[in-house]
Ligand binder design. Structure first.
Ligand code: ADP
Ligand code: MG
Length: 394
């Protein structure tokens, strides 16, 4: 267990908090402020406890140079509007300079300052100790609340903790609670639903979950590599010829561990990769030449839904089909619906999986939707995230 802001005394302290303010912007305007809103509970808590707060984040990809279109100025304004309190924006092309240091030193309890985009400095992504030390010099305590970058060892996510006591904010705490408990201490039966486009992207996730789950349900593009590996034709479906042996190895490993690994029994094929493709349902051992599998079929949907509904814990990564096309969103929808009906803990990880759940309208029906695409995948692979590892243990 990692310490959170609640485990330390922040009164009268200057706290530097890494947030994820990487919000979508258009023509200098924030088009969606969900990430800013999500960061408020930690910020408010620190202010209420009598800390002064220095916020920092990256935004977009300025590639280590100051580029005004990636300035965090608009984010500072939005935080101020949402909190109803002024936010001092530490405008500086180099993020930390003498003026910024002086302003940080002058902060009174209850005051908030926001630094400029961390990625204006190439030292950020290089985890440069000098830059990490400069950031640390502004404060007494470091809080990481940016789960989406926790899988990266950057100056603001990892290096800074060499110089300051480090704890998590509420967002990272929640991610660790849900993902951690689901993977490491699941209520059984523990069902993992794995889909998405390619097996090669998910080898680590499948291998790790084979060690933990009771049942693994395979869907999405990766299913066809398994189907081909078992000796059946897959038409023009996504199939990784060089991963056939791997698919068989994973199946063998599952068998050896007593894990049930289910493949689709039927699939919805289209005659092209398009919303308006001609489509039909076929059995997975009879995918016709010239057709591509774009979703799991109705029998598979029912089979998977029955397993999901009875689960104590469900983890889902990877859409069951090309949900971006309405015509092939049925399998992903069926899985989301079954998770909504499941009485156990239901966790969604992965960037596209989270957007599928939101798009299909099941967001508030899940126990937890992870906010970190890449970070949640690395977590599911069983990796230790650098931005979490540096935090103090309880
Ligand atoms: P996540 O981001 O949740 O980890 P992935 O990136 O692995 O998920 O996969 C998401 C993509 O997989 C989606 O864009 C979806 O269209 C695609 N996909 C799902 N099923 C298929 C399929 N049968 N053929 C091709 N692409 C698919
Ligand atoms: Mg993805």
């Amino acid at each position: 267990m990692k310490k959170t802001v609640k485990d330390i005394d922040v009164k009268g302290k200057r706290v530097i908090c890494r947030c994820d303010f990487n919000v979508p912007m258009k023509d200098g305007e924030i088009t969606d402020d969900k990430r800013i809103v999500a960061a408020l509970p930690t910020i408010k808590y620190l202010l209420e406890e009598g800390a002064s707060v220095i916020l920092m984040s990256h935004l977009g990809r300025p590639k280590g140079e100051p580029k005004q279109e990636f300035s965090l100025a608009a984010v500072g304004q939005r935080i101020s509007d949402l909190l109803g309190e002024g936010v001092i924006f530490a405008k500086s092309d180099v993020v930390v300079d003498d003026a910024v240091k002086a302003a940080a030193a002058d902060l009174e309890p209850g005051q908030i300052m926001l630094l400029e985009n961390l990625r204006f400095r190439k030292e950020e992504e290089k985890n440069d100790p000098g830059f990490a030390k400069d950031l640390a010099s502004l404060a007494d305590i470091y809080v990481n609340d940016a789960f989406g970058t926790a899988h990266r060892a950057h100056a603001s996510t990892a290096g800074i903790a060499d110089y300051l006591p480090a704890v998590s904010g509420f967002l990272i705490e929640k991610e660790l609670n849900f993902l951690g408990e689901a993977v490491n201490d699941p209520v059984r039966p523990f069902v993992a639903i794995l889909g998405g486009s390619k097996v090669s992207d998910k080898i680590g996730v499948i291998s790790n979950l084979i060690e933990k789950a009771d049942t693994i349900l395979i869907g999405g593009g990766m299913a066809y590599t398994f189907i081909r590996a078992n000796g059946f034709g897959t038409g023009t479906s996504l199939c990784e010829e060089d991963k056939l042996d791997l698919a068989l190895e994973l199946q063998a490993k599952a068998k050896e561990k007593g894990v049930e690994l289910l493949l689709p029994v039927d699939t919805i094929v289209g005659d092209k990769f398009a919303e308006d493709a001609d489509k039909k349902v076929v059995s997975c051992d009879k995918i016709p030449e010239g057709w591509m599998g774009l979703d799991i079929g109705p029998k598979t949907q029912k089979l998977y839904a029955d397993v999901i509904k009875k689960a104590g814990t469900v983890i889902w990564n990877g859409p069951m089909g090309v949900f971006e096309f309405e015509a092939f969103a049925g399998g992903t929808k069926a899985v989301a619906e079954a998770m909504a009906e499941c009485k156990g803990t239901t966790v969604v990880g992965g960037g596209d999986s989270a957007s599928a759940v939101k798009k299909l309208g099941y967001s508030d029906k899940m126990s937890h939707i992870s906010t970190g695409g890449g970070a949640s995948l690395e977590f599911l692979e069983g990796k230790v995230l650098p931005g979490v590892e540096v935090l103090q243990d309880k």
